[in-house]
Structures are given as structure tokens and as C-alpha cells.
Design a protein around this ligand. Structure first.
Ligand SMILES: NC(=O)c1ccc[n+]([C@@H]2O[C@H](COP(=O)([O-])OP(=O)(O)OC[C@H]3O[C@@H](n4cnc5c(N)ncnc54)[C@H](OP(=O)(O)O)[C@@H]3O)[C@@H](O)[C@H]2O)c1
Length: 287
């Protein structure tokens, strides 16, 4: 029996509907949600990501401020810009597009963002809150994955879930979100032994490697009716793909998310949601 395709575009549009309603409410209180983005250099993929984020903001009625910086910018100049955005009452969310050039520290840069404007949920303060189960601004891709589970009424309690990724952006925050839902979570990475066995023992497999020359999730690695969430975005034979071949995996899984059209649209939708949340936090701070 073929499984159910998890439709990220559909779920993202339901998140955007909620965001639009929240924006109407905020505007009635005189708050115009605004996201400032910072793009350093001319990496075409990063430029496309930022452009898509601006487009999505415009669609729901979030204002944007676009900061394009030369690739040679120093850490001091970056810090000055971040400080000015932190103290700008008309800016509610700040997003620094990663990767950054070598002279800029990723940790130093993201740490400089005010936690209440940290729409990527990457500042040490928000990472700490997440591990305590008290985060308000959570990283977009992991929280988008939780939204997918909720939309499809997939109960996580007591489930064996494997995450194949341990990055700060994905695997680590997702671990906490799943644990908070009472799942039993295993985090795997490039040094994990017996990955195939761990996958076969899992009810849910969330994979985010992004390099088919190193890893492909094949149907033989999953049990019947497993749930597969493919987060990876990579190119294979000129096509955009994830870590698995969706058409093959869906023959064995009960649910699977495709690439594109699965997790990707959720990441942007959750950025919009976080921006609106940050705007409401600013309202609370002012009162
Ligand atoms: N859909 C979206 O919105 C979205 C959002 C974010 C990321 N992504 C995609 O997700 C992928 C991961 O992103 P990232 O930023 O987390 O990248 P990353 O930091 O490079 O993480 C890749 C992870 O895969 C692990 N890995 C590498 N080879 C492996 C192997 N043979 N077996 C098991 N694990 C292995 C790495 O382990 P080590 O830690 O040991 O190196 C690492 O934890 C990329 O394709 C990215 O484009 C998509």
C-alpha cells in the first residue's frame, strides 16, 4: 500500500492564514511587523533564499528591510549594524543569512542579535530556553517539522524517532522539540555506527544529510509503515532532491515528505510566524 504524501505547501498555507490573522490584530494595535534581513556577499543561493523570504513576507503583509553588505565587511561593522537594528523599535525580527564569509564568526554574529528579535532562534539565550522547554522563538525548520506532524495528527508520544543530523540549525533543536513531545529520540551523524539498524528500529526517520554521495535513505533501511521526513536539499542529475528517492520510499512508508514541497515551505512559513511572535513580544515590552 502506498503511503500518504506530506504536503508542506498545504500546511504552510494554513500557517500563513494564522499569520495573516495575527497581523490584522497587531496592526489594530499600531504594530506593523517588520523583518530586517542581512545578506553578506553575492552567494547566488543565499540571495535566492533572502529574496524568497522577502516575497513571503510581502504576501502576508510583513514589512521588510533589506541589508546587502559587501563580502569584505568586518565583524565590527556587522556588530554596529546589528546593534542599530536591535535598538530600532520599528524592526521586530532580524535574520542574518548563513553562511557568512570567513572573517565573520557565525557564533559572534548570531549572539549579537537581541533574543526578542531572534526569528531564527539561534542566539545562546533562545537555544538555552529551548533546552529548558520554554522557548518562544524556536528555530524555523525544526518547528516547521513539528507543525507537519500536528497537521497530520501524527502522535509522537513514545515513538522511536531517529534524526540523521546533529547541526545547530536542525538536529539539536529538533531533538529538544521531539523530547518535549515525549518521543524517544536518537541523534545520528557521520560517525554513527549501525545507522541502518537504528533506522530499521525507528517509527519515524527524519533525515537531513544533504549529500547523496555520502548517504541515501533507501527503502531497505526503513520498516513497513515508518514515517519519513526528508529535510535535505541537494542536487542530483540536475534535479533538486532530498536524502531519499520519494517515489520508492512512499511505497513502504505510511507517510513521507517530498523534496521539494515538504519541509522547505514550512521553514519560510515558520519564519513569518516567528516574526509576528517577535512583533507581539515588542508590543508587550512597550506596554
Ligand atoms: N528544507 C529546509 O528548509 C532546510 C533547512 C535547513 C537545512 N536544509 C537542508 O538539510 C541538509 C542539512 O543541513 P545542515 O545545515 O544541518 O547541514 P550540515 O551542518 O552539513 O549537517 C549535515 C549532517 O549530516 C551528517 N552526515 C553527513 N554524512 C553522513 C553520513 N554518511 N551518515 C549519517 N550522517 C551524516 C553530518 O554529520 P557530522 O555532524 O558528523 O558532520 C551532519 O550532522 C542540507 O541539505 C540543507 O540544505 C533544509
Amino acid at each position: 500500500m502506498v503511503g500518504i504524501k506530506i504536503d508542506g505547501v498545504l500546511v504552510a498555507s494554513s500557517v500563513k492564514d494564522r499569520v495573516r490573522k495575527a497581523i490584522v490584530e497587531l496592526k489594530s494595535q499600531g504594530i506593523e511587523p517588520c523583518l530586517a534581513t542581512i545578506l553578506v556577499g553575492d552567494n547566488p543561493a543565499s540571495a535566492t533564499y533572502v529574496r524568497n523570504k522577502h516575497k513571503a513576507c510581502a504576501e502576508v503583509g510583513i514589512l521588510t528591510k533589506d541589508h546587502k553588505l559587501p563580502p569584505t565587511i568586518s565583524q565590527e561593522e556587522m556588530n554596529e549594524l546589528l546593534d542599530s537594528l536591535n535598538s530600532d523599535n520599528l524592526v521586530h525580527g532580524i535574520l542574518v543569512q548563513i553562511p557568512l564569509p570567513d572573517q565573520l564568526g557565525e557564533f559572534e554574529t548570531t549572539s549579537r542579535i537581541s533574543p526578542i528579535k531572534d526569528v531564527d532562534g539561534l542566539t545562546p539565550y533562545n537555544v538555552g530556553l529551548l533546552s529548558l522547554g520554554r522557548a518562544i522563538l524556536k528555530p524555523c525548520t525544526p518547528s516547521g517539522i513539528i507543525e507537519l506532524f500536528d497537521y497530520y495528527n501524527i502522535d509522537l508520544e513514545g515513538k522511536n524517532i531517529v534524526i540523521i543530523n546533529r547541526s545547530n540549525l536542525l538536529g539539536k533543536p529538533l531533538y529538544h522539540l521531539l523530547l518535549q513531545r515525549n518521543a524517544t529520540v536518537t541523534t545520528c551523524h557521520s560517525k554513527t555506527k549501525n545507522l541502518e539498524k537504528i533506522c530499521q528500529n525507528s517509527d519515524i526517520i527524519i533525515t537531513g544529510v544533504g549529500d547523496r554521495t555520502r548517504f541515501t535513505l533507501i527503502p531497505e533501511m526503513i520498516r513497513d509503515n515508518a514515517i519519513v521526513i526528508d529535510v535535505a536539499i541537494t542536487h542530483l542529475d540536475g534535479k533538486l532532491v532530498g536524502d531519499c528517492d520519494f517515489d520508492k520510499i512512499i511505497q513502504k512508508a505510511s507517510y513521507a515528505s517530498p523534496v521539494p514541497g515538504g519541509v522547505g515551505p514550512m521553514t519560510i512559513a515558520m519564519l513569518l510566524k516567528n516574526t509576528v511572535t517577535a512583533a507581539s513580544l515588542s508590543g508587550n515590552v512597550r506596554r
